[in-house]
Design a protein around this ligand. Sequence first.
Ligand code: PLP
Length: 453
Amino acid sequence: MSRDYSLVPRPVARVKTKYRQIATDFPVPESLAVLRTLQEIEPIAMRGQPPVIWDHADGFQVYDRWGNCWIDWSSGVLITNAGHGREAIIDAVTRQARSGLLTNYCFPSEIRARLVARLASLLPAPLEKVFLLTTGSETVECAIKLCRTQGLRTAGREKNVIVSYEKAFHGRTLGSQQAGGIPSLKDWIVNFDPGFVQIPFPDGFRTEDVSFAGFERALKEHGVEARQVAGVILETYQGGSGAFAPVEYMQALRAWCDANGALLVCDEVQAGFGRTGTMFGFEHYVIVPDLATFGKGISSSLPLAAVVGRADIMDLHPPGSMTSTHTGNPVCCAAALASIDLVVRENLAGNAACMGAILHGELRRLKARFPQIGSVDGKGLVAGVACVKPGTKEPDGELAWNVIERCIEKGVLLFSPVGFGGGTIKICPPLVINEEALRESIGVLEEALSELV
Ligand SMILES: Cc1ncc(COP(=O)(O)O)c(C=O)c1O
């Protein structure tokens, strides 16, 4: 469900607490000129996020220029794992920019060497090689290319099927959209590549059968034989709901991929770097994929992404054939190195696990109180609250939207609803959030829900 926010300012209650301040009407009357310029000159498809003009952000708080301050439950869009505006990241970026090296294509650089070595040192075997890119979508494209190349090399042209999951989001480029499982986002493609199939994701709510038998049954229904599968790609948790697959399912999938010469790819663009309470999301499954893709929280700031994988897979293509103009941009590398240092040194995965226990406990309590909450999913500092029509699994996008708008008016910032039917409220604060601010912001969600239902 997509919807636009009204640009007619309306009075909202003023708020002043230790962590939040709402001092104006909403949207802020003085912000309308900027909002209107964006509406006039950008495509309509860029609309859809709350009309809050960020001025600066610090830790887990976002500020505008007019005296408003929010507890941030967005992290941008799960970018700022180490927190907003961290001095260490600003210093690293500034130092690199001042060095005079702002870009150098794929020419070797010391800082790129430092970053790939740092990433490799954090990853479990056999994830040994690292290829830097700019966006998450590109990493997915690259993973698809590597799966199909390996399929071709090991078993010929028939081994080219990429299996992925319904309701998955892997990006907005042609290949990543075909791997995605949201039909409305890819209507425009028309000529679908028959080598992409999506099967139900075992979330336990919308797909009740979470057994691995469901995987094999779904392949059969698509007329796909195991020998044809080049790769299976999944978000480590589904971004649209926050749902993880059962551990047993993932271990069976790992074994199935090994038995059938298919590569297992975890799209960690959202899950990586501490978000779920472990450094990498796949650790929850006690498996290691053949390839993993990263973005967003890898730098907590500038655009940088990475594909990591088994050396034999990452080395399938010859010199000069996996490049990108901004691969390993030195300023982005500096940001990523500084952010990773913060995530490790401050044990932000540990904080995500501790704060996540509070968050998920409280959300379960809200689910018991409000029949409009159909499911609560996620781990660590990511949660998806699915709004439904009470007594059904039918998504209630209208309610999700209204709750988010009400929270923002009260000083808790979220991005617009996501997921099936646009009914999921996604909660993903920077991993530096403290217990006091977390409990205060959950109180705001509860207040908004009780005012609206
Ligand atoms: C799991 C996942 N994969 C890939 C992407 C695409 O990343 P990007 O927007 O950087 O292209 C996203 C973005 O939301 C994502 O959540």
